[in-house]
Design a binder for this molecule. Sequence first.
Ligand code: UT7
Length: 333
Amino acid sequence: MYTSRITGLGYFVPENIVTNEDLSKLMDTNDEWIQERTGIKERRWIEEGSNETSASMGVKASKIAIERAGLSKDDIDFIVFATLSPDMYFPGCGVQIQEMLDMQTVGALDVRNQCSGFIYALSVADQFIKTGMYKNILVIGSEYHSGGLDVTTRGRGVSVIFGDGAGAAVLSRSEDSSRGILSTHLHSEGKHARELTVESPSIAHWVPELLNNPDDISYFPYMNGTFVFKNAVVRFSEVIMEGLQANNLSVDEIDMLIPHQANLRISQFVQKKFKLRDDQVYNNIQKYGNTTAASIIIALSEAWEEGKVKEGDLVVLAAFGSGFTWASAVIRW
Ligand code: UT7
């Protein structure tokens, strides 16, 4: 059995900064509410009229990650793309990456696990590497939320939270079992699927139905925020402990916890529960909002660039979100 190591990281966020003040001109909201409830100060939204999409942002992040891995696009032998905001209903963004990066005809898989998407994608890639099937896998998380949000007062409970952006990692085969991805743990609880969802369009609820009923807003995200929050704090804690225990590690051995950037209050709850210092937890939701499948990989890339993730460090990734799904990854860097 091989081990997989992250050998390259990259991220891309659109230049267009949207502040809480900007949002207060579109809907009945204010900076104080948003910062107090979520910690978010600003987010990046793709500029109107721009051609940027989840796939194109994914390409930009991927180019950086591949270069930092010291590889070329032709060294990549599989693509895993996580997103809830794909460019097309089908095919998925993975094949677009293959085309846009002018890659060999390697396999491409899309993962639809929303906020947990990046860890699910990482876990899939890890299994392919461990078994020896592939050597270098490109794992991407990318989201174009802003085009699909209800930016009126009706949608304010959701739309102020989400941001656009992409991150990518190259996962490579290693024969050093003391470093790399030590474990991943994945969970789901589908009975809560409708607590955080975009229901339409779907085959069950297709476009003509939507067009015939102007009151039908099931194409906008719906979130039962309080219920999601309560589940998130429990599941984050559980899945972090599950990952640590599987490796006979304890909380105080964590060098860097990178939680999915859902809400700063959720990260702070987890930090307090595990008595972690500020330098043991990385948050950037203040700048980017919640970028769903991209949030962990953007945060990991940024933390690494800032020198906060170093060789030998114990890095823990954890996520919770729509599905419900939740997951963790324990990595010896
Ligand atoms: O990433 C996937 C997982 N997602 C999460 O983990 C998100 C979890 N949930 C949350 O982060 C929080 O529940 C929210 C930030 C979404 C909402 O915070 P909350 O403290 O649960 O607020 P609430 O939904 O209970 O709303 C409180 C009040 C309501 O007014 P009333 O009914 O008390 O008069 C809302 O209408 O705040 C109002 N409100 C707003 N006011 C100003 C909701 N959104 C806004 C807004 N600006 N943007």
